[in-house]
Design a protein around this ligand. Structure first.
Ligand code: PLP
Length: 404
């Protein structure tokens, strides 16, 4: 076969916007075109402390001169410290470090199955999941995601997932059978369009799990590490899972994922039952410990919640002024969704033209995911850019088709 004539050698699995960045400073990205962009993507909920936060830069620089990689064949004092801090801040007793959200989820799925195996019930492998979910792109997490569009062409999906409509408790009850091992849910669906059932639904899931001996698994890859205004979204909901996955903001931009579990849920895991070469890498652990240093400072989440309220209020008034472009503001903390009336991709493009970067999501929603350190002035700046984009989109819609 002849070599591709394409000018790019990156596997074309992403529809990349025609813009590149060479530097980041806090909430701002500086393009190769020398333009400054207000970054309300945070690398899809990753750069929670903005770009090049001085404390994170210093931590990584220091670690880079000491030790880059160390096998899990040996002890990891810094990994121990990070795990202890995550457990101290959460319901968990144990942490497994991975390198991404999908890997953190793989651990969660395997642990859920292994729990029942270790209790003498190897047949209990099935997990109830929800429509609109997103859990990753490995074959296991894709099967949990259950979206036909992502599964197409990859053969038979991994068996063991029973997907029901989000918020439908009767459907959950019907899906639970003798082979059910657990229930997996995102506290707030990000990719699915910033959608969440009421808190009472999560409470009911907890009760069902307790009643049937199931494990409740929260995928907090996107919601965790402060995104919804608490360190973990389950704390806001007031319902405690048995297992929780984290990634994205955990390393503030350095790849790291984690699967947290109670001692009971982790009871089936022993040396050899799971593993990773890079999981708990010293650079990743240093970045993550530095993220916690900043997030655990008193007042950090007060800022997130105050800014969130301000942003939501301002967005609601833009929605009121532009009903031909926007119909709703959704979300918690700084995981905000704008339900669009126009195609959401058009809104993302119009915002990019205003040098405001946002992320599309399911359900025709545009996500606003600013770094959690975003200031009031930057929020006001973003809202002006949104207003301008809405005016541009309204003007375009008013034009006759041929003139567009
Ligand atoms: N789970 C959730 C809720 C996510 O939002 C994502 C990514 O968007 C993943 C899992 C997969 O994470 P990763 O892309 O790091 O594998």
């Amino acid at each position: 076969m002849s070599k591709s004539a394409s000018t790019s050698h990156l596997l074309p699995v992403f529809a990349r916007a025609d813009v590149a960045f060479e530097r980041g400073e806090g909430v701002w990205l500086i393009g190769t075109d020398r333009e400054r962009y207000l970054d309300f993507t945070s690398g899809v909920a990753v750069n929670a402390l903005g770009h090049c936060h001085p404390h994170l830069v210093a931590a990584l620089q220091e670690q880079a001169t000491k030790l880059w990689h160390m096998s899990n064949l040996f002890k990891s004092p810094d990994g121990e410290r990070l795990a202890a801090r995550l457990c101290e801040q959460s319901f968990a007793d144990f942490v497994f470090f991975a390198n991404s959200g999908a890997e953190a989820m793989e651990c969660a799925l395997k642990m859920t199955r292994h729990y029942h195996f270790s209790k003498g019930h190897p047949e209990r492998t099935r997990i109830v999941t929800f429509e609109g979910a997103f859990h990753g792109r490995t074959l296991g997490t894709l099967a949990a995601t259950g979206s036909a569009k992502y599964l197409e062409g990859y053969g038979a999906p991994l068996d063991g997932f029973d997907q029901v409509p989000l918020g439908d408790l009767d459907a959950v009850k019907r899906a639970i059978g003798p082979n059910t091992a657990g229930i997996l849910i995102e506290p707030l669906q990000g990719e699915g369009g910033v959608r969440a059932p009421p808190h009472a639904f999560f409470r009911a899931l907890r009760e069902l799990c307790d009643q049937h001996g199931l494990l409740l698994v929260f995928d907090e890859v996107q919601t965790g590490m402060g995104r919804t205004g608490e360190l973990f979204a389950y704390q806001r909901i007031g319902v405690t899972p048995d297992i929780m996955s984290l990634a994205k903001a955990l390393g503030g931009g350095f790849p790291i994922g984690a699967c947290l579990a109670t001692a009971e849920a982790a009871a089936g895991m022993a040396p050899g039952s799971h593993g990773s070469t890079f999981g708990g890498n010293p650079l990743a652990v240093a970045a993550s410990n530095a993220v916690l240093d900043v997030m655990l400072k008193p007042g950090f989440f007060d800022h997130v919640n105050r800014i969130s309220l301000l942003l939501k209020q301002k967005l609601a008034s833009v929605v009121d002024r532009h009903p031909d472009v926007l119909s709703e503001v959704r979300g918690e903390g700084l995981l905000i969704g704008l339900k669009a009336v126009v195609p959401s991709a058009d809104l993302v493009a119009a915002l990019r033209a205003q040098k405001l970067l946002t992320v599309g999501a399911g359900d025709n929603v545009v996500r606003l995911l600013p770094p959690l350190i975003v200031s009031e002035a930057e929020i006001e700046d973003a809202v002006v850019r949104l207003e301008n984009a809405c005016v541009a989109l309204s003007a375009r819609a008013a034009q006759p088709e041929a003139a567009r």
